[in-house]
Design a protein around this ligand. Structure first.
Ligand SMILES: [Zn+2]
Length: 278
């Protein structure tokens, strides 16, 4: 949900759309720097949060951050930016910060994974980080992005010392584009079995519900409206009604178009219409 005009404004938009969970960027997602949150902003945020009772709130990190980068300067900058993201989430009492594992830029997946582990160890050592859980998101595997195999996320989480502070965010568009089929019961169960076996369903802290413009295994990340992409309604029906996932917050990252309120309402309505359906 957009934070244009201030972090507190997201709640008004969320309320208008009818969400009961919400994801925000806590700063401009295409800039490294951000002015610190003022007391006034924090107060307005907490007031609106209480009034709308949208819960939980999740944060997503900046797209510039690349913890897997072999470039020393970019890696250092990314680490510092992640620290700031975690601190902002902590101030806003946001329990989950979702991050993309990063791109190894042809330095190799194993090396990239090692760099992400080191970065997370450094950030999670910081006492300021303690209430915030960092959630590694599955990716479509575009370019040299890590995270298109559940094994990547398991290796990162398993390598981190304070792994109780590391969760997993499953994005339906990304896993599908990465080659995990979910469009029929059998395939869905098989994908869930792999997810559970490799990372453990207990560690899945958030789910992003997006349809995919591109086909299974395309490794291209293009989100589509629910039911209007290559996944289609059945995959979402299976997921929405999966009793193992009922406690996990689910977030839409579908295209906003010219009328974001109408687009979000429509996608939410489609999802809600699938509850209990067969
Ligand atoms: Zn996502």
């Amino acid at each position: 949900m957009s934070i244009a005009g201030g972090v507190d404004k997201a709640f008004l938009r969320g309320e208008e759309v009818g969400c009961d969970a919400m994801q925000i960027f806590t700063k401009n997602n295409n800039q490294w720097r951000a002015a610190p949150l003022t007391e006034r902003e924090i107060r307005a945020y907490k007031t609106n949060r209480q009034r709308t009772s949208i819960d939980p709130i999740l944060a997503h990190d900046s797209y510039l951050i690349n913890l897997a980068s072999p470039d020393k300067d970019l890696h250092r900058k990314s680490l510092e930016a992640l620290r700031i993201e975690v601190a902002r989430a902590a101030v806003l009492e946001i329990p989950y910060l979702i991050i993309h594992p990063g791109a190894h830029l042809e330095s190799g997946e194993a090396e990239g994974i090692t760099r992400v582990v080191e970065a997370l160890d450094t950030v999670l050592e910081d006492p300021q980080a303690s209430p915030v859980m960092i959630c590694l998101e599955t990716t479509a595997g575009q370019g040299s992005s890590l995270g298109y195999r559940f094994e990547h996320l398991a290796a990162i989480r398993g390598g981190v010392t304070r792994r109780e502070r590391v969760g997993i965010c499953v994005d339906t568009c990304h896993i599908f584009a990465a080659g995990y089929e979910i469009r029929d019961q059998r395939a869905y169960e098989d994908t869930m079995r792999q997810l559970n076996g490799v990372v453990g369903l207990d560690h899945v802290t958030c789910i992003h519900l997006n349809d995919s413009q591109r086909d299974l295994g395309s490794r291209v990340d293009r989100h589509a409206h629910i039911g209007r992409g290559q996944i289609g309604l059945e995959g979402f029906r299976l997921l929405i009604n999966d009793p193992r996932l009922q406690h996990i917050p689910m977030i839409l990252e579908t295209p906003k178009g010219e009328d974001p309120v109408a687009a979000d309402r429509r996608n939410l309505a489609v999802l809600r219409s699938l509850v209990g359906g067969s």
